[in-house]
Design a protein around this ligand. Sequence first.
Ligand SMILES: Cc1cc2nc3c(=O)[nH]c(=O)nc-3n(C[C@H](O)[C@H](O)[C@H](O)COP(=O)(O)OP(=O)(O)OC[C@H]3O[C@@H](n4cnc5c(N)ncnc54)[C@H](O)[C@@H]3O)c2cc1C
Length: 378
Amino acid sequence: MRSRILIVGAGIAGLSLAQRLTRYGLDFDIIEKNSSETKCVTGAVLPFNAVRELKDLNVFDRLLNKFNQISEVTYSTMSGRTLGTASLADPPFENDQFITLKRQDLKGSLLEGLQKKVRYNTDLLSVEHGDNEVKITCSNELLNGTYDLVIAADGIDSAVRAQNYEGQQTIVDHDIVSWRFLISYPDHGLHPLHMIGHADLFMVYPVGPNALYCYGHIQEQNDLYSLTQDPKENLLRVFTSYGGAVPDILSRLDGVEIVTDRLKSVTEPIFFDRRIAFIGDAANGCSSLIQQGIATALEDSRCLADALAMQNIDQALQSYMERRQKVIAHVIKYSDDPVAQLRNMQRWSTRCIRYATIKTLGPPNVLGWRKLATGRHF
Ligand SMILES: Cc1cc2nc3c(=O)[nH]c(=O)nc-3n(C[C@H](O)[C@H](O)[C@H](O)COP(=O)(O)OP(=O)(O)OC[C@H]3O[C@@H](n4cnc5c(N)ncnc54)[C@H](O)[C@@H]3O)c2cc1C
């Protein structure tokens, strides 16, 4: 008898898993609470391991002409004084690619062939463990019932995780507010740049010669700025004293959709509980400081799908956890350790130490990528 599998969430993790299960001939249902019309309006930075996964998934070719390859990353002070630059073409990355693209293009490429399969406007409402099965209810009554396996791919604010661990704290909020947006900027001539302020950071990544993906964040508890409900006003308040291209970028915000978010992490990674598996941010969401979220979602999907193709569900869940545990611990460490430093950046002495570290060791996100590429945890 074929197993009944339900994927909750058609984001990066859910769609990439759906692609892999389809390839293996494994049937599944997939639900998504948003409508099919919902658009992603920001960009994404994909480091080497995310690109490797897209190639393995045969999705990379669908993105040709839609991505921008990046070859270096620079860190500077908020005034624009360079602290460090690192090449992304040198070992250990000489055979790899780092890219930026519109998130909508990435989602579109993962959705190809699955449009009719995803049940949109379908919100998971409850999960309940049974004997070797999970009973679910969702906003589409036709899908209510029992599944042999439920896979939570429903993001950092996972409803499945919240239901499963009701009453327990499974998320930490780092008290950092972030804003992301894409702007059109013809012939910008810019390279990837992270500008470090006092309690804040501004990041610019080109998405082709005429568009920029920008990201800014600030420690919420700070002595410098009080925030309002208006993202544009907040961006202007916090980043107006920055140098380089930032004033010019801020002058182009009219009509631009700005996504406000908070940096959050899981209190500890969760791989499975009985017949519920967790993948992507639902399993191991952490700060986006070294841009590992998409790579992790894609890797989780590959490991779980490979295991399901070869083993029974219980063995597959165990194998999935064993394959992912070690690397996830490293990803969380490299992503979340720098968050603690951010809390102290308002102190002049901490900033001096951070600047000196960047001058000596190079850009921290590139350092994190190098550690992941050369570590023994893969
Ligand atoms: C500010 C910021 C910047 C980031 N930048 C980068 C970057 O540049 N590069 C990078 O690699 N990562 C980045 N990340 C992280 C990355 O976005 C995530 O790690 C990645 O999207 C995780 O994929 P996912 O599929 O697990 O979750 P999501 O992409 O969040 O997808 C979850 C899906 O589940 C659906 N869902 C939720 N609840 C339910 C429910 N109850 N029922 C049905 N469906 C549901 C949601 O609508 C959504 O479609 C960033 C994150 C933030 C916050």
